[in-house]
Design a protein around this ligand. Structure first.
Ligand code: FMN
Length: 212
């Protein structure tokens, strides 16, 4: 880097160092920043799972809650991701917030959220989404859209004027993190990266700066 560029880099406002040694607190700050600037779905995250042959697959899901216990999303347990996680609960998620030029990568193990928590979330969903959870055999082949709409209609008739229960094959999964990496865009591609790794006593986090 030439002298002028080095000077510019030193003065660059985008330089980042974590303000806390608690990754959940840092995640909250970044999520709040993203929520204020992303046009839609600041809670969209890539979720990676692996199958029995170690073949990875990735798709977007929505983060529905997060706290010190982990990161929760909802899905059909019989979907591809659901069956893969039931056999191997290890997973990774990644957020990319374009407007603030930041990325968070999280790795850990998933577990099914408590029934009452999933019920409560399911009941908060719009009725048509509740019907959809019953009607969609997520990730299974479907002959036609008409077939899906017919199934939707039959569940609408079945649950007409009554509260819709949560399907047993649909619920929440909580990823309990062991590693969380915060990536902050920097000038000249000299990005700042900090990885928080859970220590063996599981109470504190080891923080390491990584090369960009
Ligand atoms: C913005 C966005 C949000 C999504 N949110 C969810 C979600 O919260 N849960 C879910 O099961 N699928 C969600 N999907 C659909 C998944 O990406 C995926 O197509 C589906 O879950 C089937 O994945 P699988 O076959 O790997 O199990 C979302 C897709 C997009 C583009």
């Amino acid at each position: 880097m030439c002298t002028a560029a080095r000077q510019n880099f030193k003065e660059e406002k985008r330089v980042f160092t974590p303000s806390t040694d608690d990754p959940f607190q840092l995640f909250n700050q970044w999520y709040e920043d993203a929520s204020q600037s992303e046009v839609n779905d600041p809670n969209a995250m890539s979720l990676a799972t692996v199958d029995e042959n170690s073949m990875p697959s990735v798709r977007i899901v929505l983060l529905k809650s997060h706290d010190q216990n982990g990161f929760v999303f909802y899905t059909n347990f019989q979907s591809r991701k659901g069956t893969e996680l039931s056999k191997n609960p290890q997973a990774a998620i990644a957020f990319h917030w374009k407007t603030i030029r930041r990325q968070v990568r999280i790795e850990g193990s998933t577990e099914v959220v408590a029934k009452n928590e999933a019920d409560e979330y399911f009941q908060s969903r719009p009725r048509i989404s509740q019907i959809g959870a019953w009607a969609s055999q997520q990730s299974e082949p479907l002959d036609s859209r008409e077939q899906l709409l017919n199934t939707v209609q039959s569940f609408e008739e079945k649950y007409e004027n009554v509260s819709i229960p949560r399907p047993p094959h649909w619920g929440g999964l909580r990823l309990r993190p062991t590693r969380i990496e915060f990536w902050h865009d920097g000038e000249f591609r000299l990005h700042d990266r900090f990885i928080f790794e859970k220590t063996t006593n599981a109470e504190t986090w080891k923080i390491t700066r990584l090369n960009p």
